[in-house]
Design a protein around this ligand. Sequence first.
Ligand code: C2E
Ligand code: CA
Ligand code: CA
Length: 873
Amino acid sequence: MTRADAEPAVAKPPAVAEASVPQPPQGHDSERGFRWFSVLIAVVAAACAVVVSMWLPFQLTPATAWTGLALLAAFAAAELLSMNVDVRSGVAWTISFTEIPLVIGVVVADFEVVLIAHLVAGIAMLAYRRTSGTLLYNTGVMTLEICCAFAVANAVRLLLGAAQMPWIGAFFGALVAPMASTVFALASIWVLRKPIQLVSALRLVGRVIVVGFVNSSVGISCYLVVSGVEYGWALMGAVVLALTALYWAYSDLLREQRDLEVLADVSLMVAKSGRRLAVRSAADPDQLGAEFADSDWDTLAERIRDQLTARRIVLRLRLGSDALHTVVAGDPLPDGEFASQDDPLLRLHGSHARQLRYADGNEEIVAALRARGADEVLVVPLRSSTELLGVIEAHDRNSRLRGFGRSDRQLVDTMAAHLSTALDNRRLLATLRHDAYHDPLTGLLNRPGFAKAAKGPVTSGQPAVVVRVSLDVFSTVCDALGYTWADRMVVVAGRRLRAVLGADVPVARLEGASFAALLCCDEQQARRIAERVRAELSTPYPIDRLTVEASATVGYASTEVEDSATSLDVDGMLQRADVALRAVAGEGDVRGYVPSMGQMFLRRFQLVTQFRQALEDGQVSVHYQPKVSLPSRTVLGVEALVRWTHPEFGKLHPDEFVPPIEAAGLIGALTSFVLDAALLRVRKWLDAGLRISAAVNLSVRSLTDDGFPTLVAEALDRHEVPADLLTFELTESGVMADPERALPILRELHTLGVVLAVDDFGTGYSSLAYLRQLPVDEVKIDKSFVFGMGTDLGDLAVVRSIVELGHSLGLSVVAEGVEEDIARDQLESMGCDVAQGYLISRPLSEKRLEAWLQARTARATGRNEAAVLTLIG
Ligand code: C2E
Ligand code: CA
Ligand code: CA
């Protein structure tokens, strides 16, 4: 029987807690509604009681009091004995046995007696459970229940005219009573404006009917047996049978429910382990995929074993690596390895469960079962769309009476589907993560991977050192041999790095042939390790039949070095190590970062950002250094050299600011500025009747800019300067960087009539054949050879051969860095055409150049009737 009684619900039908209604807040509208509803129920109940009591006769006999007392006791007992059946964790189904005394009462007693017994027992129970707040409502409902029971019982009796079987009416009456109270409970839920789904309401009614039916049957059969009716025992047997059937149905329901729970648990566990894996791999991406929490899988296997009541569960899972990982729950596996590759249970097709019995298997299967020491095995492969992810095996049911059944197979099937999906997702996640944090070529970490791995140690406060390694020869190998070779070199370098540093050190390939590693040690140790790395990576690389000579540059930065210029995070540390690496570049040594290095780079960074503004503000100007012909000493031209007077840093050397500006892509603005100034200068000389040319230095970048020749032509036009009074100086390495692009541009410039000179000749490739192919008119011997000429016979030989080579190619030869008379004389005797250097003049501002020309040269009429300036003294 159902009745509102348990706290805190006002109208909670005890039969099914799902429909329970929380207590409405005080003073709430719905609570007021409920009060009115209670009053209404009470009034209707009272009216019904009056009608029913007038309809049915009442006889007071000596037995009446005893019957009443017995019923009272029975009702109280039925209420007290009400059971909470756990259907699902958290939701209880309360079954009371009130229908048993009710059905007996309807048969043996009068309406009034049953009503009073029921009310007294019910109210006492409410008081006992301290749920007085709903007294009016519950009294009304109890009264209505009894009214319904008696009315229905009497109606059925009248309808069937079955006086000899009065229990049939009682049975129906006792069944209707709890339904009535359930309807009222639902109505009160509605009054309280609590949402309840139709499905839940129907399920509630259904359960009330089932419980009512069982209780009424038990009550009736007890009555019949006691009253000695001949078919009493038969009926009792029928009831027991029906109850057993019900139990089976119910246990199936429970089973289904618990199966679902296990499935949910399985998915959840795998998902959780996947998430933990993700977190762990984020901290240490190198360790990804290799490990997992054993305890998780143990719990999982145990859970499955529990549900299947199997003697043993064996999970074989492919996690990360290719080997199958075996997890066993229950009896340990018999000794001896049976999980060999040709185990038939590991080679099953499809992904559905098989039930294999010792009795009816083929030879192979029998052997496999024997190896497992099992009579019966439930086995299902776990598969992704492409591969076998594992196998679930259940060995022998614990109860020998019954083997694995259909529902067990179903469970294992569904579980396999869940587990496969979860495992597949987990693998996918691991692969994605691995790819996101690793360099595909070397298998080392990539930049984000390194950042993640190094973050903890760098910020931990413990000493940590970031080492950067760069293979100097890399770009050359790329150019000369192609990327495949360069890639092979990088792979070998990565392997050597790993070998020197060991498996536990995070090592990354950042880009190209640039590597980084994180050492958790002090600076001294780091230096020793860095030196070993340099030595190891500088040994020649045998690739196929070639041996590539390479040199590695190593820079490192320690967290122990105090510095405010860069932040103390992974990026900052990488930057510092990079600064140290650049500071060392060319020297083939190992350098640790010191803050002054950082200052230098910080300054360069500032210069780049300030450059455009500096151009506008007039901080940038052009100086000119004269070039004179040998031996006549006439001033042929000037080299335009840029100067920057910085408001904060003072006079800046072009070697300091030109490379960063070039790297930042701002060189175009600089070149245009210098070109304009130089052409303006030439124009002024032309206006004064002098043909003096100007040389402008070109950067590599200008030689990759397709629009550059047009720009030059326009500038020449604008200043009305003949092209042959403009020289461009370019370095060999500049042309060699990207000859495919540079050559057409050089040809275009040459077609314009501009003079092209190879600057710093002798320092780069110095390939004769190559020089022959370039459309150049002039070579400038690098000043380092000119400086050394007086003391170094080697240098002298170089200068001499360049002069001869230049002449043989029909080029004009210029020597720069002429500081001494003797050098000039030697050059003159070798036949060098032009000299430039401090001996003649330092680079001068425009104003001082004019003054210099005035003071140091004499104007004369040259060959083509044009005026020339010749150096005096
Ligand atoms: P560079 O093209 O080799 O320029 C010659 C450098 O040698 C100039 O240095 C000049 O002052 C110096 N020099 C000339 N004669 C002597 C000498 O007798 N003894 C010594 N010790 N040095 C001498 P500067 O002006 O400092 O320029 C350095 C470099 O900056 C230049 O080398 C050039 O590569 C670059 N540069 C200068 N101006 C520009 C420019 O407008 N554009 C580009 N792209 N680069 C420029
Ligand atoms: Ca130059
Ligand atoms: Ca030079």
